[in-house]
Design a protein around this ligand. Structure first.
Ligand SMILES: [Zn+2]
Length: 248
């Protein structure tokens, strides 16, 4: 069983993973549990989305859309890499998940089948954390480095807490029976990697790479060369003196 994390624990694990955090006013009391009579949890995966809209924080955290009341995610991720807490309870982000896809993430299978409506459906809002990352989703709008890095950190933080692997992290297009396409688009870069297209296979590898390190790790961090010791500096000086003497 994987009960949802408390508000404070969720924020703590995100901060430990190096995520820059803000809190949307009133987020701790904003969820869909009471309204639907369906309590959030147990949770089995993280579901990643793009917002399609710009200036989407208020929509995601509070207002939602006609026929789709907010909150629309647990966390909103701005292009700057700033994550804003939107809900700790049930959020309207996942819709119906195909059972075959859901099982592949719940059971952390190494491959994830295309979502098939024929396999049946589950309510994805029962069982997944939802991250809404601001991107137009037109395949042109670029995911800045800071945003992609933060998305990897958010997914890794939740996986680390529950002792999950990257195979617990999904894109909406991998679970939806409604033909969703999110997330997608060009990524500016990550670690030592230059521009690439967002794929969930690569994303899960990046989450797994993070999980192999401590929460404080940064990708592609270059270790600065150690300054020479006193002995090494003396030896270098001696060499130069000898060189000068023999030259003279
Ligand atoms: Zn989505």
């Amino acid at each position: 069983m994987a009960p949802p994390l408390s508000h404070d624990r969720l924020m703590t694990i995100l901060r430990n993973e190096g995520v820059k955090l803000a809190e949307y006013p009133g987020w701790r009391d904003r969820e869909r549990d009471d309204e639907t009579g369906k309590p959030f949890g147990p949770v089995h995966l993280v579901l990643n989305h793009h917002t399609v809209a710009r200036d989407s924080l208020r929509i995601v955290a509070e207002t939602g859309y006609a026929g789709l009341p907010g909150p629309l995610a647990h966390i909103h991720l701005a292009k700057s890499g700033l994550a804003t807490m939107c809900s700790g309870g049930r959020a309207n982000h996942a819709g119906l998940m195909a059972v075959n896809a859901y099982v592949s993430f719940r059971d952390e299978q190494s491959t994830h089948p295309a979502p098939s409506k024929a396999s049946g459906t589950v309510d994805g809002n029962d069982c997944s954390y939802g991250i809404e990352a601001e991107n137009l989703g037109d395949g042109v709008d670029v995911w800045p480095r800071a945003q992609y890095d933060a998305l990897v950190r958010i997914n890794a933080a939740i996986c680390r807490e529950y002792k999950w692997k990257g195979d617990s992290c999904a894109g909406h297009k991998e679970t939806s029976i409604e033909g969703k396409v999110d997330p997608r688009g060009p990524v500016e870069g990550y670690g030592s990697r230059g521009r690439f297209d967002f794929t969930l296979g690569q994303f899960r590898e990046d989450v797994d790479e993070r999980l192999a390190h401590a929460a404080s790790w940064s990708p592609g961090a270059v270790t600065p060369p150690k300054p020479p010791t006193v002995e090494e500096r003396l030896a270098a000086l001696e060499k130069r003196v000898t060189a000068l003497e023999t030259a003279g």
